[in-house]
Design a protein around this ligand. Structure first.
Ligand code: TYD
Length: 141
């Protein structure tokens, strides 16, 4: 059973130079093979995205610019992680309900994902999420 305790902030390397900083991300820092990268941008200040869970997909969520908060919910407990630096990546395993809230104006959310995009992989209804998690996970824990 995945829980919010599995949602960890990874501290990526920082190469800091007077001309600017660089963060490389490769397989040694990410606990899955990266199949896809996407980014959210032009989100109005204070805006919200997400509001879903994934059946199998794992993600790393990074604030490439600005800040936002990720609200995580495993069906029993909740926690909120605020991301505001490009060298922090929040690992989110399968079957965690997440909402990304309180975007700063101009904020950019980068996502590294373990699978290609597939709509049937999403659970967009919270009740369905609880049922799916209960049926697919609780019986084997
Ligand atoms: P969605 O994942 O629902 O965005 P958010 O949860 O951040 O609000 O995606 C929004 C739309 O974009 C939806 O119609 C699906 C589409 N989409 C793709 O076509 N490819 C992708 O890789 C992603 C992430 C979304």
């Amino acid at each position: 059973m995945t829980t919010i305790d599995d949602c960890k902030v990874i501290d990526f390397p920082r190469i800091v130079r007077p001309q600017g900083s660089l963060t490389p991300v490769d397989g040694s820092f990410v606990p899955f093979d990266i199949a896809r990268v996407y980014y959210l941008y032009d989100v109005p200040g204070g805006g919200t995205r997400g509001g879903h869970a994934h059946k199998e997909l794992q993600q790393i969520i990074v604030s490439g610019m600005g800040s936002f908060a990720v609200e995580l919910d495993d069906g029993c407990r909740r926690k909120t992680v605020r991301l505001n630096r490009a060298y922090y990546g929040l690992y989110v395993p399968r079957l965690i309900w997440r909402e990304i809230v309180d975007f700063s104006s101009g904020g950019i959310c980068l996502v590294l994902a373990s699978l290609p995009y597939e709509e049937k992989e999403y659970i967009r209804d919270y009740r369905e999420f609880l049922d799916y998690k209960y049926c697919n996970e609780r019986s084997i824990s």
